[in-house]
Write a protein that binds this ligand. Sequence first.
Ligand code: KG4
Ligand code: ZN
Length: 337
Amino acid sequence: MLVLGIETSCDETGLALYDSEAGLRAHVLHSQVAVHAEYGGVVPELASRDHVRKTLPLLRRLLDEAGVGPEAVGGVAYTAGPGLIGALLVGASIGRSLAWAWGVPAVAVHHMEGHLLAPMLEPDPPAFPFVALLVSGGHTQLVRVDGVGRYRILGESLDDAAGEAFDKTAKLLGLGYPGGPAVAREAERGDPGRFRFPRPMTDRPGLDFSFSGLKTFALNTLQEVGADAGSRADISRAFQDAVVDTLAIKCRRALQETGLQRLVIAGGVGANAALRERLADIAAGAGGRVYYPRPLFCTDNGAMIAYAGCVRLAAGQREPLAIEARARWPMESLEAP
Ligand code: KG4
Ligand code: ZN
């Protein structure tokens, strides 16, 4: 079955075609960076409007690239939450309506399940069970994954998500939006020995995170030493080292506590090279290995939604005709298809 996936939960419009037999057929992505850059962050109403403008032209391009017509599509999957409600409603309305018009089934996909299953798009996918570290702009979660829809949250952020901490730190350092890649770039030239930031919540048991204090640390350091280029790079380095170290300590703990050896990293921050390198060591230390999607599929994309939708459609899951989206949607409430 050829499944169309539509992702519009935040600031990227992503569409893809995934074939249950042949795998990923085509994917297209439009980033809204230029729309939001002058505001220093995502403006929800502008995001919704841009999704409205871009989704159908992208669909035409996608079908062209795959060399197929709409009649080849056997099912439609769209992100129904969590995310910005207006943005979600664009993809949900278009996705549900196309499925109705084409006379094919539709399925609503959980955005974080999409991220979680993105490594399945790669040539050497992980087998279940595994521990997943989900690190995006809105979520930081450690999840025990026993199969599709069988998720147990082992720990999560009590305040800012890891990506949010990158974005806020970038903003106060004057590095602009989106912040994660900018901080990572600065950190590369930074001196690792100049500042040391704390590793929050690592000195007590448990798998929860707290990242909001790190941006305050960055701000205080900045005010102390001034915002010259060298200091910006050194602060970026200290910040990134603290986030990477903290995530690594908790991942090691999660592998120990579950006795599992496979570690999956997904979500936008999973594109961070320093984090990838460090977690590869952690998983190897546990006698296993790490799995991640290619960097392009770490951040929001349609391919992960098409894949997750394909698995659920193949198992017989169907959406009623109502168009629904949810700004909040706990992943543990999902069921196996
Ligand atoms: O998964 P994603 O595209 O969207 C959400 O579902 O939130 O994640 C976006 C987040 C942003 O906070 C962005 O700054 C961060 O991922 N990010 C990075 C990198 N690339 C994107 N953070 C650190 N290093 C990167 N290379
Ligand atoms: Zn995401």
